[in-house]
Design a protein around this ligand. Structure first.
Ligand SMILES: [Fe+2]
Ligand SMILES: [Fe+2]
Length: 151
């Protein structure tokens, strides 16, 4: 595996490690706003790249993956919503469900990432390359499945 799919795989692993660290802290009752923001912004950037660049490129050559991609986008929306709820709790200092939410994200991503690895990532055209970590999400961007008028 080379190019963008390898970069995306490494990003999955990086995010997984950051999440594991956050969960470990949460088990001790510690919620650090900066660590969580590192996780959330990294994952949103990953989702942005997939939904705006990777998935459309895959769909051009592999329209049969439309169903899989729709499912992946629903999971992006779920994870993004749950991350918003955790961020709200951390910001207000009123932690009620964050511990449960973190496990939920971990569970969703474990399946989600393996579906991508064995599915859509194998169909990414060779001509796509980018430096994931230099990508900046446009102001106001939201996941496709969270938009009022779906594109
Ligand atoms: Fe994804
Ligand atoms: Fe991914």
């Amino acid at each position: 595996m080379t190019g963008i799919s390898a970069e995306l795989e490494m990003d999955h692993e990086l995010e997984r490690q950051v999440l594991t660290r956050i969960i470990k802290e949460a088990e001790n009752g510690n919620y650090d706003a900066d660590s969580f923001e590192e996780f959330r912004s990294g994952l949103l950037r990953h989702i942005y790249l997939e939904e705006e660049i990777v998935f459309p490129a895959v769909l051009k050559n592999s329209p049969e993956l439309r169903g899989q991609i729709a499912g992946l986008e629903m999971e992006h929306a779920s994870v993004a919503m749950i991350m918003g709820k955790i961020a709200d709790e951390i910001q207000t200092g009123n932690i009620i469900k964050s511990r449960k939410y973190l496990d939920e994200i971990e569970r969703i991503l474990a399946v989600h990432n393996s579906v991508e690895s064995s599915g859509v990532y194998l169909k990414i055209p060779d001509n796509i390359s980018m430096d994931i970590h230099s990508v900046v999400i446009p102001e106001g961007w939201v996941c496709r499945k969270l938009r009022k008028s779906r594109v």
